[in-house]
Design a protein around this ligand. Sequence first.
Ligand code: UVW
Length: 312
Amino acid sequence: MKPLNFDHIAEKVRNWGRWGPEDQRGTLNHIGPETLKDAVATVQSGKLFNLGLNFDKNGPQPGGGGRFNPKVYVTDLFTPLNPAYPGVVYSDDVVHMPLQAATQWDALGHVHYDGQLYNGCDAHTTLSEKGAAKMGIEHLATPGIMSRGVLIDIARHKSVERLPSDYAISVDDLNAACAATGVEIRKGDIVLVRTGHIQMFTHDQNRPGFMGMQPGLSHHCAEWVYDNSLAAVCADNMAVEILNPEGLGSAVPLAFHMLCLRDMGCPLGEMFNLDALAADCAEDGRYTFLLAAPPLAVTNGFGSPVNPLALK
Ligand code: UVW
């Protein structure tokens, strides 16, 4: 069985053709010069927050599947630039990592169903071992991802450290948390949803727990994303959406992913560490900021690591 109302929501939120038949940027098209000027205008305290996890062998991946934690190798160490002056040296390194290892963006080609990607692209002629010939992450990297960021702290709104792993965030939750913090969503905003679930990794070091069943957005929230003309949605869990046996066992697992990436063309940001930012927002009552989260322009990539920055 498909998740409730899946086909109806998919039809409503499908943006195919909205920005032209060749478009590969989806809802990032909602970000215009006015959005960016608005985003800059939110900066008041000058406080800067890094929302990224570190990329190293102690990352959030428990192993299994194709995803593992980054492996860094030093390839040059104390290498002289000129043998005549051995005290003047450089060091280099190499990283071997899945693009999905830690804090990351999903490209529009990351998931699909019924043989088609965003904008009606044929999956079988577009995707191959060489990656995504269309809808790759490089199309989100130019000019990059920057906008007004809005924190929606559902965990704090519910007065808990972390939402329980079976909690499906509803549209009512999103609206109530925005109302309680005086936030009005604007076209082109990038919404950051805080569940508290990342503490399962950052505090408990429970990697299987972090990657397993988790709280997140219900697939019904895709309509809210569409109605509010958001540019992107990010969260502090692995999947942005709820992962539960019911959803994973349905005919469309990862339904929110499918609706956002494939139908709407809305990029998803995962494993954003929102705790320090959230504490500051709760302290000064300001939940909007300048968000800079440029993906790497990995040609044909299904995703990209990112080191998002929020400037308040
Ligand atoms: C999958 O698990 C397929 O996707 P994501 O990492 O985007 O949640």
